[in-house]
Design a protein around this ligand. Sequence first.
Ligand code: ATP
Length: 288
Amino acid sequence: MVVLEKAPAKINLSLDVLHKRNDGFHEVEMVMTTVDLADRIELKLLPYDKIKVESESRFVPNDERNLAYRAAKLMKDHFKIKKGVRIFIEKNIPVAAGLAGGSSDAAAVLRGVNKLWKIGASLDELAELGAKIGSDVSFCVYGGTALAKGRGEQILELPAPPPCWVVLAKPAIGVSTQTVYQKLNIKQAEHPDTQSMIAALEEQSFEKICAQVGNTLEGVTTRLHPEVNQIKEKMQQAGADAVLMSGSGPTVFALVAQDGRVQRIYNSLKGFCPEVYIVRMLGSRENT
Ligand code: ATP
C-alpha cells in the first residue's frame, strides 16, 4: 500500500514575537498561509517494524534527525503501532529558508501514516502531537490560512486571502531560527499589528493585507544578511504590492495582484538570487 501526501510551504503574512517565556520558548502571534510550492511525500507500508527515510536532497539527513522520521516515530510510539514505513521525500521547498519545509514534511507524515496504518486520529489530535516535533508542525497539519499563537501550536483558522501571485526568492544562505531568536531584542524590534491583519483578511481587502504585512524577526536577519534587503528593494522597484521576509528568513516573498507584473518581478530577481519561484496561495484548508 502506498499513500501520497503533499507538503506545502508556508509564508508568514505577519509574525510578532511578544515575549520570552519561562520555559525558554517565545510567545508568538503569526498569520500564516500555505503556498503551492510543495514537497511530495510518498509513504509505503513495510512488512516489518522499521522506519526508513529516503530523499535525493543533499540538504536533509536520511536518518532519525529528519523531521519526517520523527513524525513517524511519534505516531508509532503514541498509538503503539508495530508496522513499518518507507518515507520518500521529493524535496522541492528550499531548506532552512523560513518556509517550514521540514515542519510540513513532518505534518504530511503524520497525516499519511494515520491513513497507512489505519489509525483514524483526527486532524486536531495530529496537530497536538505535531507540536512535540516543532512549533510550525501544528499549522502544517491543517494548512490553509490561520493565526498561530502560543509557541505556534494554538491554531485559529482564518479566511483565505484574496487570490494573488506570490514570488519567492531565497538567497544562497541558510538561516538558523535559533540564532535569529537569540539575537532578537524584543523591545527594540518592530512589531506588526496582528489584529489589523486579521481584520484585513476578514474584510478580504488585498490593499489592507499588503499594508499590514510585518515580521519582528526581519531586522535581525537583515543585519546578519544584507542580501535580504537587496531582494526586498528589487521586488519593490519591479512593482510588488507588498514584500516581506518569511519566518526567520532568508526567503523574501512579494505579493502581486496584477498578472503583468509577476514576470517582471521574477526576472528582476533571476540571476541575482539562485532560487526564485512564482506560486499561488493555496488559501483555505480544503485546497491544501
Ligand atoms: P521554519 O520556517 O519552520 O523555521 P525553515 O524553513 O527555516 O523552517 P527547514 O527547511 O524546516 O527550515 O529546515 C530546518 C532544519 O531542519 C535544517 O537544518 C534541516 O537539516 C533539518 N531538517 C530535518 N528534516 C528536514 C526535512 N524533512 N526537510 C527540511 N529540513 C529538515
